[in-house]
Design a protein around this ligand. Structure first.
Ligand code: MG
Length: 247
């Protein structure tokens, strides 16, 4: 009975195809089974997925150093890392190319300064492409310099800030730039950012290295470079930072 019914369906599809003058196709013909995606345990809220490299967790700041190579002088307590003003930027000991990056940060509860002077830090992809960290809760500054901007390059789509003192998340997908052996740019970098789960940068093209003055431009660099966190003089805190290689 079942075979007859299947034959019937097959014949009906053939008949329809003939009427419409298109080649007959079974649904199975457009099913793709290989490769099978690797199983990754996603982790419950606040946890890194099973294939991530944890850069900041319960083990402290072992994965980090200052950009001069020195031991981290920022404050580390219970998996929370806080900028110690004046000690300088820190970077990962490991280097990265294309990544998915998750980090959580908190602007100081005590509100001091205004504009770019309030809760300023930043995460620099490959040491040079900054996703701005700033207390942009009720704190107007230039739009291409507020929280979740690609500093001086791309304004965030919306302002998804939590108030100071609340933890916030960035989820970043970064495609590194590619350079030819002679240093010419083969393809630019792209970045997507979700701020507290809200899309704020949608696969935007980076124009080059982040610069404070003038126009950004690319300069060739190795395909993998450290991630860097900025000491901008404000006690911004970080926790739960993890990264996944995407190559
Ligand atoms: Mg900054």
């Amino acid at each position: 009975m079942k075979t007859n019914r299947l034959r019937g369906i097959g014949a009906a599809i053939m008949a329809l195809a003939l009427v419409q003058c298109v080649p007959a196709q079974l649904p199975q013909e457009t099913e793709v089974w290989e490769p099978e995606p690797v199983v990754v345990r996603p982790g419950t809220l606040g946890e890194a997925p099973s294939d991530a490299i944890v850069l900041l967790g319960e083990k402290g700041a072992d994965e980090w150093r200052h950009t001069d190579g020195g031991e981290v002088k920022w404050l580390v307590e219970d998996g929370v890392l806080t900028v110690a003003a004046g000690t300088g930027n820190i970077e990962t000991k490991r280097s990265f190319g294309d990544v998915q990056l998750h980090l959580e940060w908190r602007a100081p509860v005590r509100i001091e300064g205004e504009g770019q002077g309030r809760g300023n830090s930043g995460v620099f992809l490959q040491q040079r492409y900054e996703v701005q960290i700033l207390d942009s809760y009720d704190n107007r500054t230039h739009s291409n310099g507020q929280a979740a901007s690609i500093y001086k390059q791309h304004i965030p789509l919306v302002n998804a800030m939590q108030p100071p003192g609340e933890w916030q998340s960035y989820d970043i997908v970064f495609t590194a730039p590619r350079f030819a052996p002679d240093g010419a740019l083969e393809s630019p970098a792209y970045v997507t950012v979700l701020h507290n789960g809200v899309l704020v940068q949608n696969h935007v093209q980076l124009l080059g290295k982040t610069v404070f003055m003038g126009q950004p431009a690319y300069a060739a660099h190795p395909p993998k470079q450290p991630l860097m966190l900025q000491d901008h003089g404000n006690p911004v805190s970080f926790r739960n930072i993890w990264v996944r290689h995407l190559e």
